[in-house]
Design a protein around this ligand. Structure first.
Ligand code: KIV
Ligand code: ZN
Length: 514
């Protein structure tokens, strides 16, 4: 058995299935570059059949990523597999990941197929995928609630058909660590040809056990873990990449496998990037990447750490890249320094015009804020890519008046479908007033589900990064905006979310009906 633990990142696929976490093509390529820099082995870039946009995004990742294997998801259907094969054509190294559900409830209620039909379709799908690549992964969806004998039959057959990675998903996060570890051990022992495939796991976090279940599987012979940055993913999310990697690195005395190929100093950069792009803030007490993960508040702890770091710290902050958020640029930095630093952060400009536009935004920001950090740059690029999209609504001007004892009022001018419109509203606060004024023009009738503000860096001159989550007829979108003025940042975020609601919806869910 290999002693290397393969890291399969699915932030761009399962992560994107979080309600509201959809990413643009450029954002996906940026995240993929950051993952490649971390030396992640496999990047699941998306579900190409879902929509033309998903197909293009997988293709763009395949074109841009050279060192990691790029993977596309496909249900066990010819049309899905063909689309994935086509999207992955430009990749240096590609993998097709095909799946079909094997639990009684999924087979009966969702697929309306008998176990024999499921087995036959799984084998057919793997053979079809092998026509495009030798690197085929198969997942029995909802394996965590499947019958062990049936799982063994399916997995033995798909290995014979050419699958080289068997991924065991705990799709609904139902398992507990001992049970899930035993499942992997049993499968490896009972399937006669199990030595011909690598066992992988894909755990959801519904009971908060995704990382524990994945690691229990590793202790029982799994050598690939599917995970996401910040634990993003469907419902309560997936196992967090940073937790898996740092646990195996920190507890090398317990885990019989190595993780040395992963550059852990890229973890913070990836975490901030994903959070800034999706608008999903990281909770302060989140393991590894939370703002408090390396902070010592109590006097006793501080005293101990000053005397000897190991008294209260089991990892070094530098190992996860915590101190890498350097003050890189300022008001007098030139275009070249700006371009070079962004290249180091994995951002490449497609044209001179794009570079010029983002550089102009940087100069505007540097006038308001003297020290520009890496996180400021990432937010700037996210903003530039947001406004570069084909959007119907743009902020032209905003004026708010907020005074003690008076109700705040806002006047907003927007460009909506090429025409300027101005509206005025009173609200319980300046942000509320600004949103009401926008709504008077757009009449979106959306429901505001979340409004959150985070400071990108420290200090009162920091940019505020705002996330707005809107819901309409079951569709949920997130919008982001950043500015040193948080009312303007809020208006930008609201407008960004409205633009997503106004865009047509054209997407299939990977785990929907086949
Ligand atoms: O959770 C799940 O079962 C999945 C599969 C597609 C692997 O995401
Ligand atoms: Zn999943």
């Amino acid at each position: 058995m290999s002693d290397k633990l393969i890291i399969f990142d699915t932030t761009l696929r399962d992560g994107e299935q979080s309600p509201g976490a959809s990413m643009t093509l450029d954002e996906k390529v940026r995240i993929a570059r950051a993952l490649e820099k971390m030396h992640v082995d496999i990047i699941e870039a998306g579900f190409p059949i879902a929509s033309p946009g998903d197909f293009e995004a997988v293709r763009a990742v395949a074109e841009n990523i050279k060192d990691s294997t790029v993977c596309g998801l496909a249900r066990a259907l010819d049309k899905d597999i063909e689309r994935a094969g086509e999207a992955l054509k430009p990749a240096n190294s590609s993998r097709i990941h095909t799946f079909i559900a094997t639990s009684p409830i999924h087979m009966e209620m969702k697929l309306r197929m008998s176990p024999d039909q499921v087995l036959e379709q799984a084998v057919k799908a793997v053979k079809k995928a092998r026509q495009f690549t030798d690197n085929v992964e198969f997942s029995p969806e909802d394996a965590g609630r499947s019958d062990l004998d049936f799982l063994c039959r399916v997995l033995e057959a798909v290995i014979d058909a050419g699958a080289r990675t068997l991924n065991i998903p705990d799709t609904v996060g139902y398992n507990i660590p001992d049970q899930f570890g035993a499942l992997i051990a049993n499968l490896r022992e009972r399937i006669p040809n199990s030595d011909k495939a690598i066992f992988s796991v894909h755990c959801h976090n519904d009971l908060g056990l995704a990382t524990a279940n994945s690691l229990s599987a590793v202790l029982n012979g799994a050598r690939q873990v599917e995970c996401t940055i910040n634990g993003l993913g469907e419902r309560a999310g997936n196992a967090a990449l940073e937790e898996i990697v740092m646990t195996v690195k920190t507890r090398g005395d317990v885990f019989p496998c190595s993780i040395d190929h992963i550059d852990t100093t890229q973890i913070m950069n990836c975490s901030r990037l994903v959070s800034s792009i999706t608008g999903f803030a990281v909770q302060p007490n989140k393991a590894i990447v939370g703002a408090n993960a390396f902070a010592h508040e109590s006097g006793i702890h501080q005293d101990g750490v000053l005397k000897s770091r190991e008294t209260y710290e089991i990892m070094k902050a530098e190992d996860v890249g915590l101190n890498a958020n350097r003050m890189v640029l300022g008001k007098h930095s030139g275009r070249n320094a700006f371009k070079t630093r962004l290249k180091e952060l994995g951002v490449e400009f497609k044209s001179e015009a794009e570079l010029n536009d983002t550089f102009a935004r940087f100069k505007e920001l540097a006038d308001k804020k003297h020290e520009i950090y890496d996180d400021d740059l990432q937010a700037l690029v996210t903003e530039a890519s947001i406004s570069a999209e084909n959007e119907r609504l743009h902020l032209v001007a905003l004026r708010v008046c907020s005074e003690t004892g008076e109700k705040p009022d806002a006047e907003i001018t927007v460009d909506f479908d090429g025409e300027e419109a101005t509206a005025h509203a009173i609200g319980s606060g300046p942000v509320d007033a600004a949103f009401k004024a926008i709504e008077k023009i757009v009449n979106s009738h959306t429901d505001l589900q979340l409004y959150s503000v985070n400071n990108i860096t420290s200090g009162t001159d920091s940019q505020g990064e705002v996330t707005v989550r809107l819901e309409k007829a079951g569709r949920i979108v997130n919008g982001q905006g950043a500015d040193t003025d948080i009312v303007i940042a809020s208006a930008k975020a609201y407008i960004n979310a409205l633009n997503k609601i106004l865009a047509p919806r054209d997407r299939e869910h990977p785990q929907g009906d086949v």
